[in-house]
Design a protein around this ligand. Structure first.
Ligand code: AMP
Ligand code: TRP
Length: 346
């Protein structure tokens, strides 16, 4: 296989407000990767259209997620930060990939089944083909690494399947046009750490999510100190003190979740957290968690609020990012057009 330049791509949907799961599972890791590779971070507004969203809410959401990116420490002079709809190559490549992906593959996607719910006939066709657009997001930049939370694992496997099938189906054309043996990389997911799957504060078996009807299930990045404290104090737990080993957390999802959260917030391992807190009652442990959460999330929230008043700055960051993103995606999509044989491409 030919070597690909290492490049990170990830996306976050601008629906609802960002929560602790988005931060610990994705955005905090985006920030860490900035010093290791070239990074492209996208506010995926076209993905948000798959579930009806009022236009004003969508616009606010796009700027809100961008503010969250910047407040968390993404540096727009270094990484590329933009919203998906400004770079038309995503939608173009998604069409070509929808002709590569198989219906059988899409039928296996569990996120579609969860999001569509019982009334599947009435879900948008976009919700069904959503993972194809996601593959296009990533491969329009030939990205090699994608940091995401655990819930996106299946979509990244589909992305690899699409890349592989494209490389195989068009192998002769790829070689004939001088692109080596393979055109698209098989992207590596970067999933892991104690917060790859942050769970609901109300139910340790359900993931923390923007769409949970209970606001007490999640900590939003815009929550104030009192709200954070209240949500943590009300979080569901079990009646036992914290154990000594991570193994003993396995059958205790709520305890495991809170230990994972404090570990991720303090850049520690769950083992280190238990070393410090073994034997503690939840009342005590929750106080420690409130302190850490307020210390880490307080400055982030303050910066998000400041940026909420700097719309021109946010829009300029997105426009500049979109311009730089197009510079990378445009020639790749032109090559794809040549490979598949449509006329007019170089
Ligand atoms: P979304 O809000 O669905 O666009 O998700 C944005 C990013 O946050 C993706 O990488 C998700 O995998 C990640 N994410 C969302 N919810 C959680 C969660 N509860 N725990 C860990 N990561 C999450
Ligand atoms: N599907 C992802 C989510 O719901 C968002 C997303 C869209 C994405 N395109 C992407 C993530 C490309 C990583 C790479 O969280």
């Amino acid at each position: 296989m030919s070597a690909f330049k290492e490049r990170v791509f990830s996306g976050v949907q601008p629906t609802g407000s960002l929560h602790l799961g988005n931060y610990l599972g994705a955005i905090k890791r985006f920030v860490e990767l900035q010093s290791q590779m070239d990074c492209i971070y996208c506010v995926v507004d076209l993905h948000a259209l798959t579930i009806a969203t009022p236009p004003d809410e969508l616009r606010d959401g796009i700027r809100g997620v961008t503010a969250g990116f910047l407040a968390a420490g993404l540096d727009p002079s270094h990484s590329i930060i933009f919203n998906q709809s400004q770079v038309h190559e995503h939608a173009e490549l998604a069409w070509i990939f929808s002709c590569v992906a198989r219906v059988g593959w899409l039928n296996r996607m569990t996120q579609f089944k969860e999001k569509a719910g019982k009334d599947r006939e009435n879900a948008s066709a976009g919700l069904y083909t959503y993972p194809v657009l996601m593959a296009a997001d990533i491969l329009a930049y030939k990205a090699t690494h994608v940091p995401v939370g655990e819930d996106q694992k299946q979509h990244l496997e589909l992305t690899r399947d699409i890349a592989q099938k494209f490389n195989t189906d068009y192998s002769a054309s790829i070689r004939a046009r001088g692109h080596g043996d393979v055109f698209f990389p098989l992207t590596e997911p970067l999933i892991g750490g104690p917060a790859a799957r942050v769970m609901s504060l109300r139910d340790g078996t359900k993931k923390m999510s923007k769409s949970d009807p209970s606001d007490y299930s999640r900590i939003n990045l815009t929550d104030d100190v009192d709200t954070i404290a209240q949500k943590i104090k009300k979080a569901k737990t079990d009646p036992h003190p914290l154990p000594e080993t991570v193994k003993e957390l396995e059958a205790r999802p709520e305890a495991e979740n809170l230990v994972g959260i404090i570990a991720a917030l303090t850049d520690a391992t769950p083992e280190q957290v238990l070393k410090q807190h073994a034997g503690a009652q939840f009342s005590q442990f929750k106080s420690a968690l409130v302190d850490v959460a307020v210390e880490k999330l307080g400055p982030l929230r303050a910066e998000m609020i400041r940026l909420a008043h700097a719309q021109d700055h946010i829009d300029a960051v997105l426009a500049d990012g979109a311009r730089r993103a197009s510079t990378i995606a445009h020639p790749i999509i032109e090559e794809v057009k040549g490979i598949v044989g449509v006329v007019g491409a170089k």
